[in-house]
Design a protein around this ligand. Sequence first.
Ligand SMILES: Cc1cc2nc3c(=O)[nH]c(=O)nc-3n(C[C@H](O)[C@H](O)[C@H](O)COP(=O)(O)O)c2cc1C
Length: 191
Amino acid sequence: MKVVAFNGSARKEGNTAMLIGIVFEELKKEGIATELVELAGKDMHGCIACYGCFGNQDQRCSVDKDYVNECIGKMLEADGIILGSPTYFSDVTAELKALIDRSGLVAKANADMFSRKVGAAVVAVRRGGSIHAFDTINHFFTISQMIIPGSNYWNMGIGLEKGDVDNDEEGKQTMRVLGQNMAWLLKKLHA
Ligand SMILES: Cc1cc2nc3c(=O)[nH]c(=O)nc-3n(C[C@H](O)[C@H](O)[C@H](O)COP(=O)(O)O)c2cc1C
């Protein structure tokens, strides 16, 4: 089994990546393979509403000029998908929203192709707005017929500068429990 995580942050190896890494540690303990995809610096554009995906129905975005189709391919291959983002003005980053909008529409055009994959949100935040970002990600999972494990708090870690989330013990514990629950759910689904 495999879980792929997309880090929507504009900076690599920051707080969001660290939080995802904690979830990964728990998954790896259960023998689940992991892959981190950093969207920082990647060419990611928003949906142009051409609806070409509904005509083509080939599990790809019809706009094949940027990094989105490679991401969609990784999502299709995986059993679990983590969408991670720092909070930017109370929401996910533009790069992650581009992935949500385009992969989400392609999934709709292709009979909910992510249906029953396991999905988890991971959010980094300095102070406020993380719940809204968390909700944005979960809206994508739920309308895609995906299955969401919970944790013992909403999936967020607090920090501003790179590495600050390491001081958020509760946030780190939330990520550990999330990883444990994600692994448990994946094993049940694939038993
Ligand atoms: C453009 C921008 C907008 C931000 N908006 C918020 C915000 O609305 N609320 C907040 O608490 N922090 C906000 N932050 C801070 C980041 O969420 C925080 O530094 C986070 O830990 C960064 O994660 P990263 O290291 O993975 O990039 C913002 C940062 C940037 C660059």
